[in-house]
Ligand binder design. Structure first.
Ligand code: DAT
Ligand code: MG
Length: 147
């Protein structure tokens, strides 16, 4: 089953949006497979955003990500990478539609609350980077109760 990596950035944690964000992925029908609150070091943040290292905003982006704890998550489900990006909304909150997380809760591109993997391959890499210990293996038991 497809998985994606989602990270609530320091501003999302500090603004108390963790529950709201988890709620949106849960209610959609995706399955939570990994979850942790974590502060990351500069080198780790640089690795996560390695593809953007030549961008003028790279240093500011890294400073932002290491400025406080983030919530790292793995979500699973059909088309979760693409659909997760739709739930999150466009990179620049000025362009994110209302109803998306960035559309509802962000104004600045440099404080856009949340990260989500942009492709199945990058999701695989990001999950391996953030969850080297592996993620949970579980299936719902709601339909197999035998009392
Ligand atoms: P996304 O997070 O939607 O995948 P991205 O991978 O292109 O977007 O960029 C990663 C983050 O970098 C993005 O969430 C916010 C920041 N960023 C992107 N473009 C920026 C810009 N022009 N100015 C400032 N920050 C930017
Ligand atoms: Mg990206």
């Amino acid at each position: 089953m497809e998985q994606t990596f989602v990270m609530i950035k320091p501003d999302g944690v500090q603004r108390g949006l963790v529950g709201e964000i988890i709620c949106r992925f849960e209610k959609k029908g995706f399955t939570l497979k990994g979850l942790k609150l974590q502060s990351v070091e500069r080198a780790f943040a640089e690795k996560h955003y390695a593809d953007l290292s030549s961008k003028p905003f790279f240093n500011g982006l890294v400073e932002y990500i290491i400025s406080g704890p983030v919530v790292a998550m793995v979500w699973e489900g059909k088309n979760v990478v693409t659909t997760g990006r739709k739930i999150i909304g466009a990179t620049n909150p000025s362009d994110s539609a209302p109803g998306t997380i960035r559309g509802d809760f962000a104004v600045e591109i440099g404080r856009n609350v949340i990260h989500g993997s942009d492709a199945v391959e990058s999701a695989r890499k990001e999950i391996a980077l953030w969850f080297p210990e592996g993620v949970a293996e579980w299936q719902s038991s709601l339909h197999s109760v035998d009392l």
